[in-house]
Design a protein around this ligand. Sequence first.
Ligand code: UGA
Length: 436
Amino acid sequence: MMKVAIIGTGYVGLPTGVGLAELGNKVVCVDKIEDKINRLNRGELTLYEDGLEELFKKNVANGMLRFTTNTQTAVKDADIVMLAVGTPPHPLTKEADLKYIYAAAKELAPFLNGYTVVATKSTVPVGTGDEVENIIRQTNPKADFDVVSLPEFLREGFAIHDFFNPDRIVIGTQNDKAQKIMLELYKPFVGKSEFLCVKRRSSETIKYASNAFLAMKIHYINEMADFCEKAGADITEVAKGMGLDSRIGKKFLNPGPGYGGSCFPKDTNAMAQMGKKYGAHLTLIETTIAENDARKIKIGQRVIEAINEHPEGKIAVLGLAFKGGTDDCRESPAIDIIKEMIRYSRNIMVYDPKALENAKTILNNTVHYANSVEEACMNAEVMVILTEWEDFRHLNLTKLKKIMHCPKIIDMRNMLNGEDVKTLGFEYQCVGKKVI
Ligand code: UGA
């Protein structure tokens, strides 16, 4: 059993805290936002993740998991302090903004008590570990500690599943003592997961290089989809054929409206900036970023073209979240596509099973909000699917055909069976193939 303090209770900190408590560690989660900590202490979760609530309640009840705003009480007893605060993109430079990380390092330093590992879970540029170390040393010259990079690979919506089934655990330190402690913490995964102990700078790079590679993979399949549409091939068949090569792999070959979310856009930008900083231009990543942005504009225009006979006609949008299974609209392609459409149309009605409230804070009164698929599609000229919600696979198309003004569907997530949709009499466009 280890004593772990986690600074930051967001999408990384909270599931990690709950997971580590479930593995038998004594965990204290710290956050500056008092309201958040009060809610967590009342047994109320502050974010939704599948499977999180049950483990959260269990570990609070058995005393393995606590929440506080007081850094001192959490840090003084800890064997390991994890930094899991945000590293949002700087609005101007697009570099990762490290002010929260550095502030947390400064704040925790005076309370380190006995040998402590300070592990950075937040996604941070190469060299941040060195700076965290300097800050702690300057603030508390007597502190006995080591700084380790411990990148996180959890997906939003699957955080608990991914916590307990990691592909790999990367530990960035060349210090034996710190390495031993981290290996002890993750002992339950021995035999189930790959362990990789590397230099701190390699570990920091692995996180960005992985996210940027996945973003590029998505961009690649999106470009291939555009090619297939023009060349008369079918991207679903092509992706399947490619994915069967184990060197390529089946995952992340689903074409769509472009990647989004709080990680890929931020991390590709930060990686590109790092490339510039070190004079090693990352041209593939730079192109991916530019083309992923351009894709959303093109899709917005594709929808507008679909209503060119009735420019005043209603556009129904299904899906606002950046991916299915979450209410998160940060950097959602759906939102950017809608923003492009708004330049031409004020008759847009949107629906999402979970993300309506979050979308409202971004789109305000530029669009209308529907409480159901039917309400969104009523009298619509075209229906556009932008997020891969499972519900959208099972739409009552017979009914929708009756209530839409024009039976036209643009399915940017390839959710529907094209042949069925056509048989019902819809005009149908999807990604990377022509359904005849
Ligand atoms: C991503 C990574 O997958 C995680 O490993 C990583 O830990 C996380 O970022 C992070 O850095 O914190 P996440 O942002 O939750 O996780 O979302 P993904 O499931 O990776 O999807 C990202 C975007 O790519 C979504 O917009 C999704 O719709 C899109 N996508 C994904 C596709 O368009 N096609 C695909 O085949 C897969």
